[in-house]
Design a protein around this ligand. Structure first.
Ligand SMILES: Cc1cc2nc3c(=O)[nH]c(=O)nc-3n(C[C@H](O)[C@H](O)[C@H](O)COP(=O)(O)OP(=O)(O)OC[C@H]3O[C@@H](n4cnc5c(N)ncnc54)[C@H](O)[C@@H]3O)c2cc1C
Length: 323
């Protein structure tokens, strides 16, 4: 059997430590993570919506040991008893600070305060303090990792839409946007105190914050996006996605389809027909039910070309992530 040393894995899979914790607002906790392994961090391009993973300690309080991990580390990890393997969740690299052994990853974690029971990620963030340890799975410099879904191509108009879990990704996209692109970003967060001052839109991009307050998740966001696209009269009809229609793992981008849609059909072999909103690129992420409703409204209702939109279910209300 060939055993690959952890250093040879095409990603960082190692322990990091909380260096700093800052409660940004009622719903967001900003955590700065450090560790010698992060000297190897690198993406080879702008971060935009770069995702990475964190493994939080399990019920036993232990972290899984990935030392000596091989390419089959994921299967080996799933073989560890549930209470000892911890909980793996996906987050966005909000910012990278420092360099070399002092490299820090900054992550903004949502507390999901209004979502009923809290999952392990939100629970961990609510109690995080300097010195806490967790495992990260992150891009290693010089190695292909993927994890950036924002690919606007030749788009001339941009539409960014997200709930609180997508705020870090949209903040990163806005920070790293190429000059000259125009459009709008719509962010729905639990309360107005969650409007974050360090989300900065460049000129040409309208930034719209929406406080959900007592309204159903995504209802106001849905209406605002359809009004922006010039179809506000249709919003109510499009809103309610049936529970059995919602895929918690919804991930439909121009290069991947969680529903099994043929990629060549998405990519299109020949010349694209001229459909409404030509020139638009839409990036939509957040709670899967909210994203499903917007997908139906944009692709089925407004007949926006499937190749111009990335729809990503980042989490599902009431459904704890499997791993
Ligand atoms: C590419 C990507 C990037 C992301 N970036 C970020 C980011 O930067 N910041 C961020 O905060 N999130 C981000 N997310 C979303 C993040 O992964 C989820 O918020 C996270 O998985 C929630 O984990 P959790 O352990 O708190 O809740 P989970 O365990 O996943 O539970 C989800 C929801 O299920 C319900 N639930 C959980 N446990 C129970 C239970 N026992 N009984 C009943 N209901 C329950 C709750 O409603 C809970 O909020 C991202 C996701 C993706 C895919």
């Amino acid at each position: 059997m060939t055993v690959t040393s952890p250093q040879a894995l095409p990603l960082i899979l190692d322990v990091v430590e909380v260096v700093d914790v800052h409660r940004l607002s009622p719903s967001f906790v900003r955590v700065e993570l450090g560790g010698a392994c992060l000297a190897e961090f690198g993406t080879g391009g702008p971060l935009c919506d770069q995702r990475f993973k964190l493994v939080f300690p399990g019920d036993s309080g232990e972290l899984p040991d990935f030392s000596g991990a091989t390419q089959s580390w994921f299967a080996s990890w799933l073989d560890i008893p549930a209470e000892k393997r911890g909980h793996m969740r996906t987050y966005t690299v909000r910012e990278v600070r420092g360099s070399g052994p002092e490299t820090r990853i900054v992550v903004d974690i949502v507390l999901h305060l209004g979502a009923g029971e809290h999952g392990p990620g939100a629970d961990w963030a609510a109690r995080a303090k300097p010195g806490d340890r967790l495992v990260t799975l992150a891009p290693r410099a010089g190695q292909a990792f993927g994890g950036v879904e924002f690919v606007p191509g030749e788009a001339t108009e941009l539409l960014l839409v997200g709930d609180e879990t997508a705020v870090p990704a949209i903040a990163g996209i806005l920070r790293d946007l190429p000059a000259g692109i125009r459009g709008a970003a719509f962010l729905e967060v639990p309360v107005a105190a969650d409007f974050l001052e360090d989300v900065i839109a460049p000129s040409g991009i309208e930034l719209v914050w929406i406080a959900r307050d007592q309204a159903p998740h995504g209802e106001q966001l849905h209406a605002a996006v359809l009004a922006h696209l010039g179809t506000e009269g249709q919003s109510a009809a499009f809103l309610a996605a049936e529970p059995d229609e919602i895929d918690p793992d919804l991930w439909e981008t121009p290069t991947y389809s969680s529903s099994g849609e043929a990629i060549e059909e998405i990519a299109g072999a020949g010349e694209a027909p001229v459909l409404p909103h030509a020139g638009l690129y839409a990036w939509i992420a957040g709670e899967s039910g909210m994203v499903t409703g917007l997908r139906r409204a944009l692709v089925r209702g407004l007949e926006i070309d499937r190749r111009q939109v990335a729809f990503m279910g980042y989490w599902r209300r009431g459904v704890s992530m499997r791993s």
